[in-house]
Write a new protein. Structure first.
Length: 318
C-alpha cells in the first residue's frame, strides 16, 4: 500500500491523513472501518433530510405565490446550496472515508476524485454560509429601513444572489487557479473571509434586529406584539447558536491542522468525522429554521405532504 497523502484541508474538504494516531485506525492514523460505518449512518440521515427538506422549500416557493418574497429568494438559494451538500458533498465524503478505511491504494484516480470533491464541496459549503450571511443582511435592511426595503428594485437582490454564487465558485477555485498557493495562506484566507467575516456580519445583523425588536416591544407591549417579537428573538438565537456549533469546530481544526506541527497536534480521525457531521448537519437544519418556523411555509409543506402521501395512505383509512 502506498503512503496516504497529507491532503491539505479547506472548508468542506477531505480531512488530512497525517502519520500518528487518530480515530481507532492504524498505519497513518487511518479511520477504523467500524467508526466509518457508524459515521456513514448519520451522514446518510443528514443527506436525506438535507435533500428532502430543502427540496420541499424549493417546491413550496414555486407553488405558493405568497412565498415569492425578496427574503425567500435568498432562502431559495440557500436551499439549492444545501441540496448540493446533501446530494453531492456527503456521498463523496462517505466514499472517501470508506476508501481510507479499506486501506486501499491511493492512486491518481482517487486523487483526481479528491480534487473534484474538494472543489464541489467547498463551493456548496461556502455558498451555504454566504446565503446565511445574505439572509441576515436582507433581514436587517428590512427591519431597519422598511420603506427603503420596499422601494428597492428586485434586480438589486438578483445581483446580490448572483454575487453569492459567483464568490462561492471563486473561493472554491482558488486552489485550481493558484496551485502553488501555500496551505497556510489558503487556510488563513478561507478562515477569515469565508468564516470570520460572514460570522461577524450574521451576529451583528441579528443583534441589531434583536435590539430593534426589543425596542418595539417596549414601545408597544401588546400581547400579540410581545409574542411575535419573542418568537423572532428565539429564532435569531437559534440561527446564530447552531451556526456556531456547526462550523466553529471544523474551522478551528482546519487552522490547527495547518499551523500546528503534526508531532505536537496529531490529527484525530474520530474528532474530524464528528466535526464534519456537525457542519453538514447545518444544511439539514436550515429548512427547519427558515421553513418550518415561517407559517406560510409550514402551511405549504402540509399541502405538499398531503398531495404526496394522501393517495398512499387513503387505502389504509378505508
Amino acid at each position: 500500500m502506498t503512503e496516504a497523502p497529507n491532503i491539505t484541508t479547506t472548508p468542506n474538504v477531505t480531512l488530512p491523513t497525517p502519520g500518528g494516531g487518530g480515530g481507532g485506525g492504524d498505519g497513518y492514523g487511518l479511520p477504523s472501518k467500524e467508526s466509518v460505518i457508524a459515521a456513514c449512518f448519520f451522514y446518510t440521515l443528514i443527506a436525506l433530510v438535507a435533500v428532502f427538506g430543502n427540496l420541499m422549500v424549493m417546491i413550496a416557493f414555486f407553488i405558493n405565490d405568497k412565498l415569492r418574497t425578496v427574503t425567500n429568494y435568498f432562502v431559495l438559494g440557500l436551499a439549492a446550496a444545501d441540496i448540493l451538500v446533501g446530494a453531492i458533498s456527503v456521498p463523496l465524503w462517505m466514499y472517501i472515508l470508506n476508501y481510507y478505511a479499506d486501506r486501499m491504494v491511493v492512486n491518481k484516480s482517487f486523487l483526481d476524485l479528491n480534487v473534484l470533491y474538494t472543489t464541489l464541496d467547498s463551493f456548496a459549503g461556502i455558498s451555504s454560509i454566504l446565503h446565511l450571511m445574505a439572509i441576515s443582511m436582507e433581514r436587517y435592511f428590512c427591519v431597519g429601513w422598511a420603506v427603503k426595503h420596499r422601494n428597492t428594485k428586485k434586480h438589486v437582490y438578483y445581483i446580490a444572489l448572483f454575487l453569492v454564487w459567483f464568490l462561492s465558485a471563486l473561493a472554491a477555485s482558488v486552489k485550481l487557479m493558484i496551485p502553488n498557493i501555500k496551505p497556510e495562506d489558503h487556510v488563513l484566507f478561507t478562515f477569515v473571509v469565508f468564516f470570520l467575516l460572514p460570522l461577524t456580519i450574521i451576529v451583528v445583523s441579528y443583534a441589531a434586529i434583536w435590539k430593534i425588536a426589543m425596542t418595539r416591544m417596549n414601545n408597544n407591549p401588546s400581547k400579540r406584539s410581545l409574542k411575535r417579537e419573542i418568537r423572532t428573538a428565539t429564532t435569531i438565537a437559534f440561527v446564530i447558536g447552531f451556526f456556531l456549533i456547526a462550523w466553529t469546530p471544523f474551522f478551528i481544526t482546519l487552522v490547527v491542522n495547518v499551523y500546528c506541527p503534526q508531532s505536537k497536534c496529531p490529527f484525530n480521525w474520530s474528532a474530524g468525522i464528528f466535526y464534519k457531521v456537525l457542519h453538514y448537519s447545518n444544511s439539514s437544519v436550515n429548512p427547519i429554521v427558515y421553513g418550518v418556523r415561517i407559517p406560510e411555509f409550514r402551511k405549504t409543506f402540509k399541502f405538499i405532504l398531503r398531495r404526496i402521501y394522501g393517495p398512499i395512505l387513503a387505502p389504509c383509512r378505508n
